[in-house]
Design a binder for this molecule. Structure first.
Ligand code: ACO
Length: 363
């Protein structure tokens, strides 16, 4: 039995549509091309949350309310045990999210959206031996994240690149983490529980945990001319090439294009990172060639995680924080889906077929 539920239509949603054959993503009626690189994360949040909270402010107010939520959430860090803050970033994030009171209201939603944005830079700084930096509630969300990470104002192009990333990953149909969040929300457990479930599903290497290993792969390859031999060797060992293949997309993931564009713009604006970018392009081309040769019956193309790795590295996030940065964007989608499920859905309770032994009737 195929237990990946590939062909199961599990719900209807107004949030996003993933067309795997055409390589297209629609988020609340807008194509990804329309949003990535043009909209700020706050604008996409207004789309994702629209209709799910009776007191949702106008889109131009939402950014200010999110800024206040960043401040509220930051104040919780002070009381935390040192040992918790020194856990690996995703583990610490999971523990810190659990401190946000569960509920279904807008304040809970904004605290949860602010949490990865505030906690990720704070946890990274603590690991580097620096004190966390308090948020600036009047700043744009992406710009504030970079300020809290680096301790100085970022350039507009850097904030635009992070916005492009957060928008690009904000929602993506019924992926594993969103499904996990919806299952939890279907029990009416509350948004905090749903978001923690989403994060737990996201951290695995088959979902949101791939970009760190993508950079490990680029480091190990080192030079474009060594790509083919290294990739062939990895496949000979039975490894998967991180950043390639997708359950739904049988063509190039449109998010890979959006992020490649963001990496290119950033490299041009800063006049740096050209070597890393051209290594990534060569490795991508070699991987596509080799996967087509070795797995001709599969259509394994670049997925979102490949250029995520290059972009987040260029913005100065260490690789162990990548899953938390992914959560920083996807949390908007998780909350939209959790509210849609809680408001309009039923308890999710599929069935299983028992294939184990039965009691011996003769005994
Ligand atoms: N490298 C090498 N082979 C691969 C890859 C890959 N990246 N992806 C799939 N395959 C192969 C499998 O080995 C399998 O081959 P086989 O039938 O000859 O044994 C075949 O393709 C199908 O694999 P499945 O695991 O059944 O396909 P599934 O649809 O479940 O895979 C997944 C999707 C998990 C993303 C897979 O492509 C993968 O492991 N990729 C690498 C990890 C990665 O990049 N994850 C991020 C995904 S994007 C996201 O979630 C945000």
């Amino acid at each position: 039995m195929n237990n990946g539920l590939d062909d199961v239509l599990a719900t209807e949603t107004v949030l996003s549509d993933v067309d795997g054959a055409a390589g297209a993503l629609i988020i609340r009626g807008r194509s990804l091309d329309e949003l990535a690189g043009l909209a700020r994360y706050e604008d996409v949040l207004a789309l994702l949350l629209s209709g799910f909270f009776s007191d949702l402010p106008r889109p131009d107010r939402l950014g200010a309310d999110l800024g206040s939520a960043r401040q509220r959430v930051f104040s919780r860090l002070a009381a935390q045990d040192e040992r918790l803050l020194r856990l690996p970033v995703t583990e610490a994030m999971r523990a810190l999210l659990a401190l946000i009171e569960d509920g279904d209201d807008l304040a809970t939603a904004l605290n949860l959206i602010a949490a990865p944005a505030v906690f990720t830079p704070a946890l990274v700084r603590l690991k580097q031996g620096h004190a966390p930096i308090a948020p600036d509630p009047s700043a744009g969300h992406a710009k504030d994240v970079l300020r809290m990470l680096h301790g100085k104002e970022s350039r507009d192009e850097e904030a635009a690149a992070l916005d492009a990333y957060l928008v690009t990953v904000s929602d993506h149909g019924l992926n594993a983490s969103t499904f996990a969040a919806r299952v939890v929300a279907s029990t009416q457990a509350g948004l905090t529980s749903a978001v923690i479930a989403g994060l737990c599903a996201l951290k695995g290497p088959l979902h949101g945990g791939a970009p760190g290993p993508v950079l490990d792969m680029l480091d190990a390859i080192g030079h474009p001319e060594d790509a083919e031999a290294w990739l062939d060797g990895a496949l000979d060992r039975g490894d998967r090439l991180m950043g390639f293949g997708h359950r739904i997309y049988k063509v190039r993931d449109p998010r890979a294009d959006a992020l490649m564009g963001a990496v290119r713009n950033l490299a041009a604006a800063r006049r740096d990172n050209a070597g890393r970018f051209s290594l990534a392009e060569s490795v991508e081309a070699a991987a596509i060639r080799i996967l087509a040769r070795r797995k001709p019956d599969r259509s394994l193309k670049t997925n979102v995680e490949f250029y995520t790795a290059v972009l987040l590295e260029a913005l100065g996030f260490p690789r162990e924080s990548f899953t938390s940065v992914f959560a920083m964007g996807r949390v908007g989608g998780w909350i939209g889906h959790a509210r849609e499920q809680a408001l309009y859905g039923r308890l999710i309770r599929p069935q299983s077929r028992y294939v184990g032994p039965r009691p011996d009737r003769a005994a």
